[in-house]
Design a protein around this ligand. Structure first.
Ligand code: C5P
Length: 228
């Protein structure tokens, strides 16, 4: 952590396939900030519940497991990672069962309160770039660096298909696209902390922009504001 300036938080929200993850990682690298993928926590909680045989439809059981498990964070190459009861879920958080259930887990208010607290604690790692759905609205609303990344629906579908086709074990792209659309709908309509544009957030529609352009725009703003 720097000695004499307050910790800076760059909050990047947006729907899936808006380019959020790629942009957030690159912005963090450019600025030499630590990268936090808040979605990985909700995915991790989903993975843990499935693994421990907890019924996803039983929030009381999920909450009990959440309060009982040991969640530990660490960084590797300026990326925040975690273990749950000593185990690193790794790529399992990207599996189909997790993908299908994460939006339900993330809609449980108690899970959100717990994760928001953990996410706020990330400033102990110093300056951070955090991506998610509610970072600018709920987790760090005071941050001067709030961005909402979006892209037109057709472009998001195209990006998703490209990404999915390059992934192993995905043979029905149409099916996965449908499931992603369902997840986006759930994330935008849930009662607690739905995906919204934060007050004061800069909206970037990346439909006709390259990743480099989006990254350059954000890093230039942050650097200028920090007097770098
Ligand atoms: O970003 P990613 O697609 O990995 O997030 C997976 C899911 O986690 C989202 O669909 C959403 O349900 C949940 N999530 C959330 N709040 C965040 C980040 C992710 O509810 N800040």
């Amino acid at each position: 952590m720097s000695n004499n300036h307050p910790v800076s938080v760059v909050a990047i929200d947006g729907p899936s396939a808006s380019g959020k993850s790629t942009v957030s990682k690159r912005v963090a690298q450019e600025l030499k900030f630590t990268y936090v993928d808040s979605g990985s926590l909700y995915r991790g909680m989903t993975w843990k519940a499935l693994r421990d045989g907890v019924e996803i439809g039983r929030p009381d059981q999920v909450i009990e497991l959440m309060n009982r498990m040991k969640l530990e964070f660490y960084t590797e190459n300026r990326v925040v990672l975690f273990t749950m009861d000593g185990e690193d879920p790794g790529q399992q958080i990207r599996s189909e069962p997790v993908r299908e259930n994460v939006a339900d887990i993330a809609a449980i208010p108690e899970v959100r309160v717990f994760m928001v607290d953990r996410l706020r604690e990330m400033v102990r790692f110093g300056d951070i770039v955090m991506e998610g759905r509610d970072i600018g609205t709920v987790v760090f609303p005071e941050s001067p660096f709030k961005y909402y990344l979006d892209a037109d629906p057709e472009e998001r579908a195209r990006r998703r298909s490209l990404e999915l086709k390059s992934m192993e074990g995905v043979d029905d792209v149409g099916k996965v696209l449908d499931s992603l659309a369902r997840r986006d709908r759930k994330d935008s309509t849930r009662k607690t902390a739905p995906l919204q544009i934060a007050l004061g957030a800069r909206v970037i529609n990346s439909t006709s922009m390259t990743i480099e352009e989006v990254v350059a725009l954000i890093t230039a703003e942050v650097r200028a504001a920090l007097g770098q």
